[in-house]
Design a protein around this ligand. Structure first.
Ligand code: BES
Ligand code: MN
Ligand code: MN
Length: 454
């Protein structure tokens, strides 16, 4: 049977298997789901086995296991190492979902479930593409799989695994589907990702919660203080005020910026999709640039004091915030964390004490548009979608791309099939069945073109 016919013939089953995978709540951030995360690893182990790998192993780590699998058909052929993640973000707040996050439903040709796009749907396409190539006797390249269960919590144990398995992970390219494309009319290949520095801050005022009448006005309120400190982290042009923050930021040439802005982008659609009357950000940059090539500082959560029902008059002892900084090439996440910490301590008034706790971080990545893998992906998109894809930079982070380059010396090809409107990390995450099926086909074509161009 022809490859394309095989994919069409097995469409229903390919979709159903993904639905089964989506029913397992593999939330890595919450220990409550530990058994489910492990069950997901087993599900993928079995799927890979059935798809026809020669070797598959659930490799333990200090955290959740990494699934490694391979099929080596000929040492003289190129080897593609597929990376993906089987863990998902927490589904909270559950009440904002139109249907339960772990009971996938199909509506308007889209699958609604946590992880539908990020990354179970996109990762599983590679297993199905592999199955189709094996079943039709058309596996073009050697294939290895490395699928982890801790991406959404910072990939803390991947580093050790990669260092300990350098030989086994030997490949010519790393292939990842965990990003988005511009639109169904304009497929794209991601060539840049932002880095990340994530911290939690704690501001302490008095040693205990106080009566806000008895003490209010005379003792620093840590929530008021924290808000003022956070507000001062941007100037009136939307630039970040942490000294040294922009020191190493790679500036793009006028031509590069122009090329970036040539990609189709409809600001009115963008605003309409988000129900906002205006966008907001650093002066002098377009929306595409603000998310693609400029660093950011955002509060992800803020709390303290009384947030229960009704009113309680309290001057709280403590206030907290979680802050993420998205980084661009040449910024270093450890250095940025350090600069932030020093600045945040420096701007704190004497009336409070502050603590900065660094969480995970990771470096930005830029991948080449001149590689064989890029050319193969470009040809694959052209063949499957009828148009040449455009290179784009995504605002999200996949810190392991920089790690792979450093440890394995390998470039990554980011062949994402999600859409920005898929609501990843949000309620009602979904993934188009068209993207899923077309993606499977495109992946097989990547393998074909990669082999013939090597
Ligand atoms: N798949 C995303 C990253 C992504 C999404 C890149 C869309 C480009 C476009 C990934 O699962 C993710 O969410 N990464 C985290 C960072 C991680 C260290 C927790 C992120 O970007 O917040
Ligand atoms: Mn992801
Ligand atoms: Mn994610």
């Amino acid at each position: 049977m022809e490859l394309k016919t095989y994919i069409e013939t097995h469409r229903e089953r390919f979709i159903n298997e993904l639905l089964e995978l989506l029913k397992i709540p593999s939330v890595s951030a919450d220990r409550k789901f530990e058994a489910d995360v492990l069950k997901t690893a087993q599900y993928l182990h079995d799927s890979l086995e059935k798809a026809g790998v020669d070797q598959v192993e659930i490799c333990p780590t200090a955290g959740y296991p990494i699934i490694y699998a391979q099929k080596i058909i000929d040492d003289s052929l190129p080897t593609v190492l597929v990376y993906g993640h089987y863990d998902v973000q927490p589904a909270d707040p559950y009440e904002l979902w139109d249907s339960p996050p772990f009971e996938p439903v199909i509506k308007d040709e889209k699958i609604y479930a946590r992880g539908a796009c990020d990354d179970k749907g996109q990762m599983y396409m590679h297993i199905k593409a592999f199955e189709a190539m094996v079943a039709t006797d058309s596996l073009y390249c050697n294939v290895k799989f490395m699928i982890e269960g801790e991406e959404e919590v910072g990939s803390n144990n991947l580093d050790t695994f990669v260092k300990a398995n350098k030989e086994r992970l030997g490949a010519d390219v790393i292939l990842i589907s965990d990003t988005s494309m511009i639109s169904l009319d304009t497929p794209s290949i991601t060539v840049g990702l932002r880095g990340l520095s994530y911290v939690q801050v704690e501001v302490t005022g008095p040693n205990r919660d106080l009566h806000s009448g008895v003490y209010g006005g005379a003792v620093a309120n840590p929530i008021n203080t924290l808000c003022a400190m956070i507000a001062s982290l941007h100037d009136d042009k939307g630039a970040i005020t942490v000294p040294g923050f922009y020191d190493n930021v790679a500036e793009l040439s006028a031509e590069e910026r122009e090329a970036l802005n040539r990609a189709p982008f409809d600001i009115d659609e963008y605003k309409k999709d988000l129900d906002i009357d205006d966008v907001s950000g650093e002066e002098g940059y377009t929306t595409v640039e603000r998310t693609g090539i400029r660093p950011t500082l955002d509060v992800n959560g803020i709390w303290g004091g009384y947030t229960g029902e009704g009113a309680k008059t309290v001057l709280p002892s403590k206030a907290y915030a979680k802050i993420s900084m998205r980084l661009v090439p040449n910024q270093n996440s450890d250095r940025i964390t350090d600069l932030f910490q020093k600045h945040f301590e420096a701007i704190a008034p004497k009336s409070v004490k502050v603590k900065v706790m660094p969480f995970h971080g990771g470096e930005a990545a830029v991948t080449p548009t001149t590689s064989t893998a890029y050319a193969a992906a470009s040809a694959a998109f052209e063949e499957a979608w009828g148009v040449l894809p455009i290179p784009t930079r995504d605002g999200g982070s996949i810190p392991i791309v920089a790690l792979f380059k450093e440890e394995l010396g390998l470039d990554t090809l980011l062949m994402g099939f999600g859409l920005d409107s898929d609501a990843i990390h949000s309620p009602n995450e979904h993934y188009g069945i068209f993207n899923y099926m077309k993606g499977i086909e495109t992946i097989t074509l990547f393998h074909k073109h990669y082999k013939s161009q090597m």
